[in-house]
Ligand binder design. Structure first.
Ligand code: ZN
Length: 174
């Protein structure tokens, strides 16, 4: 299992639409293992394959608290089948938008279908954090970032800040 590099904005790859996975084979499982490791290492609670530069519809997640046992979840080809009209607000962040957070409204509950780690079709009813996270991750698969839910002004400020920090981090003083 390897740790992969997580892409950050304004990398144009993050805007790509990811493709459906035909079959959950050995290669896909190994990719999911890498994704999980990369997410734990970051650390984060969710990661889409496109965030490590692979345009496939795969998401890994672990919403367990630090003190609890790990609870890795794997979602291949996740698709929302129902959303509540009622919204809830969470302060969201993203491994591809380091150190930036913003309050985002999303449907409080949703149902979604997916293939699990073994390729079996499943459906889950989600609410609270799981509902927000799966919507955030499915957005990634469609090239959408949480900042796209903000006003243009707020979005531009975040993009500017992250781009500046990125440039400074790349600077080498010898
Ligand atoms: Zn994200």
């Amino acid at each position: 299992m390897a740790i992969r590099k997580i892409l950050t904005i304004p990398d144009p790859i993050l805007r790509k639409k990811s493709l459906t996975v035909d079959k959950v084979d050995k290669e896909i499982k190994s990719l999911m293992d890498d994704m999980l490791n990369t997410m734990y290492e970051a650390p984060g609670i969710g990661l889409a394959a496109i965030q490590i530069g692979i345009p496939k519809r795969i998401v890994v997640m672990d919403l367990s608290k630090d003190t609890e046992k790990k609870n890795p979840m794997f979602f291949v080809n996740p698709e929302i089948t129902w959303m509540s009209d009622l919204k809830s607000t969470y302060e969201e962040g993203c491994l591809s938008i380091p150190n930036q957070f913003a309050k985002i409204d999303r449907p409080e509950k949703c149902n979604f279908k997916f293939l699990d780690y073994d390729g079996n079709p499943k459906e889950l009813k989600a609410e609270g954090l799981l509902s927000t996270c799966i919507q955030h991750e499915i957005d990634h698969l469609n090239g959408v970032l949480f900042i796209d839910h903000l006003s243009k002004l707020k979005k531009d400020i975040i993009i500017k800040k992250v781009s500046k920090e990125k440039k400074e981090a790349e600077r080498v003083v010898v």
